[in-house]
Ligand binder design. Structure first.
Ligand code: SAM
Length: 338
């Protein structure tokens, strides 16, 4: 028997699964781009009606809509398609929680992975420092799309963070780079005795207030406009940096950790949360993949190992480090100022 005729020793199934995971993502994001979920919101429709509204050719339409049912973003009762709650919240572009634009931008970016790997350059043109954000998000609508994407990510860890740390003796917290306050809101909901604040760039303030109104928390969380590389961090007993350190290179991370140390009182705590890489750098895949994403969106950002994070904290003078897993590959490291 020639080698070509031998049954393969290695199953192709894992590769096939990776391939169909890509098909799944592309199908859902194409549906968001076409407006499937926006048109179905409040107006369920049959396959023919939906294809007509979206100007789709009938050949693929039914398979497309039924695939969306199989993937859990549509449901079908008889012949009538509806949004599932997941799609209604995150994929209906009429909602402030819409993440279709955010995820589609990521899709376009990942087509540039080969260029990012060859050049080491981010695949956008937004400069570095605070400019990286202010150039990219020039309008309130752009900040809204971006912070909706952030909330889609931090919404999965906020309630866990509120439980994973003992907030009973903390009276005040500021979420540094806290975007429109979604994570601060999760802490406040779990621990109403805590005075909560957010520090972020001034351009975020309109979407912060908009989001607080939507959450029914108007006036409950203070917004501190500022640039964390230039302005002192607000004084609070606890400072949070969630998905902030991974945006920057090592020297900037050390600068931010040192600035937090200066701002905290003795006994104060810094909470750092990012999708951290295992110390042996063999996983988790989710953290390593987001590290590649940081390659494409920032000049110097990446995910980092827990050991790296511990070293920056200890260098700044923090002690009493603790670690907890928050899910979706996010690790929480806490550290106290002596
Ligand atoms: C990747 S987002 C993370 C948002 C949020 N902490 C979360 O976990 O979803 C980084 C945040 O840092 C803010 N930021 C970036 N540069 C900043 C600066 N120089 N000063 C203050 N905030 C900044 C951005 O506006 C953005 O809200």
């Amino acid at each position: 028997m020639t080698s070509e005729m031998t049954a393969p020793a290695v199953s192709a199934e894992p590769l096939w699964r990776l391939g169909t995971a890509y098909f799944s993502r592309k199908t859902v994001l194409t549906a968001a781009e076409l407006g499937v979920f926006t048109t179905l919101s409040g107006a369920p429709a049959s396959s023919d009606e939906l294809a007509k509204r979206l100007e789709l050719h009938p050949r693929g339409a039914r398979d497309f809509f039924d695939t969306l049912v199989a993937l859990g973003v549509l449901s079908r009762e008889g012949e009538v398609y509806h949004n599932t709650p997941l799609a209604e919240h995150y994929l209906n572009s009429d909602r402030a929680s819409y993440v279709g634009a955010f995820l589609n931008a990521a899709d376009a970016r990942w087509n540039q992975l080969i260029d990012a790997l060859r050049t080491g350059e981010p695949q956008n043109r937004w400069g570095s420092g605070a400019q990286m954000f202010t150039e990219q998000y020039r309008t309130t609508a752009a900040w809204r799309n971006f912070t909706a994407g952030m909330d889609y990510l931090n919404g999965m860890i906020g309630p866990v963070l509120a439980e994973a740390f003992d907030w009973s003796t903390v009276t005040s917290v500021v979420d540094v780079g806290g975007a429109r306050g979604n994570l601060a809101a999760a802490i406040l909901r779990g621990h109403p005795h805590v005075e909560a604040g957010v520090m972020d760039l001034p351009g975020v303030e309109p979407v912060f207030h908009e989001h607080m109104t939507q959450l029914g928390l108007s006036g409950k969380i203070t917004f501190h406009p500022g640039n964390f590389f230039e302005d002192p961090m607000p004084g609070a007993q606890a400072l949070v940096m969630s998905h902030v350190l991974h945006d920057w290179g090592v020297s900037e991370r050390e600068q931010l950790v040192a600035a937090a140390f200066s701002a905290l009182p003795s006994g104060g705590v810094l909470l750092i949360c990012d999708p951290m890489i295992d110390d042996d750098r063999q996983g988790p895949a989710g953290a390593l993949l987001t590290s590649l994403n940081m390659l494409m969106v920032t000049p110097h950002g990446s995910e980092y190992t827990r050991a790296d994070c511990r070293s920056w904290l200890e260098k700044a003078g923090f002690t009493g480090l603790t670690e907890a897993e928050l899910g979706t590959h996010n690790t929480l490291i806490t550290a106290r100022k002596p």
